[in-house]
Design a protein around this ligand. Structure first.
Ligand code: HEC
Length: 146
């Protein structure tokens, strides 16, 4: 009789223990959610996008919005030096400065602009310029300077 009651009490206890455990697990799940929410809120603003991530598909390389004209490129990259002739740069619109340059031929002008020549930096520092961009910028200067 007594043993029976003890067993009943014990099984009652273990049921209670089970309930406690269940509650514990439930509260762990809630805690996880809270932790996730906090992590989301305190996440660094500029989180790193690695190639292959979804976020990396965003228009990061949106810089060249359509084809740029030689004039656009000249204005953006070359005018700094070529407008007033910094370090002896042939001046925009100055036929005297440009005549001996033009006489070398377009291939040489391009080669010097692409690879650099003395104080003329490679690509005129337009690092995202393609060969065609540089050629167009040279053509723009040449056209305006003869
Ligand atoms: C930091 C100044 C600077 C910038 C920016 C610059 N240039 Fe020049 N550039 C020079 C100088 C200096 C020379 C003369 C180099 C020499 O003959 O010693 C020169 C020369 C040239 C020449 C003549 C090369 C030759 O063979 O005679 C071309 C063409 C040219 N630049 C194109 C460009 C283009 C195109 C850009 C822009 C995309 C550009 N440059 C941006 C300084 C610059």
């Amino acid at each position: 009789m007594l043993a029976n009651r003890v067993t009943k009490t014990l099984s009652g206890l273990s049921a209670a223990a089970m309930l406690c455990l269940a509650a514990l697990f439930a509260s762990t799940a809630v805690a996880d959610q809270v932790t996730d929410a906090i992590a989301e809120r305190i996440a660094p603003v500029g989180s790193l996008c690695k190639s292959g991530d979804d976020c990396a598909a965003a228009p990061v390389a949106a810089a060249p919005a359509g084809p740029r004209s030689g004039e656009d490129i000249y204005n953006a990259s070359c005018t700094t030096c070529h407008a007033i002739g910094v370090s002896g740069a042939p001046r925009f619109g100055n036929a005297d400065d440009w005549a001996p340059r033009i006489a070398q031929g377009m291939d040489t002008l391009f080669d010097h602009a692409w690879n650099g020549l003395n104080a003329m930096p490679a690509k005129g520092l337009c690092m995202d310029c393609s060969e065609d961009d540089i050629k167009a910028a040279i053509q723009h200067m040449v056209d305006a300077s003869q």
